[in-house]
Write a protein that binds this ligand. Structure first.
Ligand code: HEM
Length: 119
């Protein structure tokens, strides 16, 4: 398995910190904070961390719900999706992830917009 992206993100601890910062940035962002009220943020942190770890080639198994089920009824727009990507980029900057590695992760996440936006 190629775990180079997992390593570039700082392994499991690095990914957990990036996800935590992404969620705080999202709650700080007036454009998207409304989506996160009344959400179990501990579970979201755990599931999103697992998912990113697995996608990045790390030794994790995603145990959450599928993306369509998780986002149905939320009315996430393309703009919301882009705002979350910005929140994640800020988090990766703050955690000293190289732009190359940032782009590798975002390229893995971008195709998922079909399963998240407009449901
Ligand atoms: C590539 C983009 C995204 C990924 C990889 C992603 C991933 C996930 C994951 C793994 C979960 C947890 C599923 C579970 O609990 O089993 C989740 C839930 C959630 N996502 Fe996303 N998501 C993305 C985009 C977004 C966007 C753009 C928003 C809104 C701005 C959003 C809002 C939420 C909320 C509010 C939940 C919690 C649902 C609940 O527990 O009721 N997500 N997402």
């Amino acid at each position: 398995r190629d775990d180079s992206l997992y390593q570039q993100l700082g392994g499991t601890a690095g990914i957990e910190q990036i996800v935590e910062d992404t969620l705080f940035n999202s709650i700080d962002d007036r454009r998207i904070r409304h989506h996160f009220t009344e959400v179990d943020m501990v579970r979201l942190h755990e599931k999103l961390s697992e998912q990113i770890c697995e996608l990045a080639g790390g030794p994790c198994v995603y145990t959450g719900d599928d993306m369509v089920k998780s986002h149905t009824g939320m009315g996430v727009t393309r703009a919301d999706f882009n705002a979350l990507v910005e929140a994640m980029q800020l988090a990766m900057d703050d955690n000293n992830v190289s732009v190359t590695a940032q782009n590798r992760l975002l390229a893995l996440l971008a195709p998922m917009h079909h399963e998240i936006v407009g449901l």
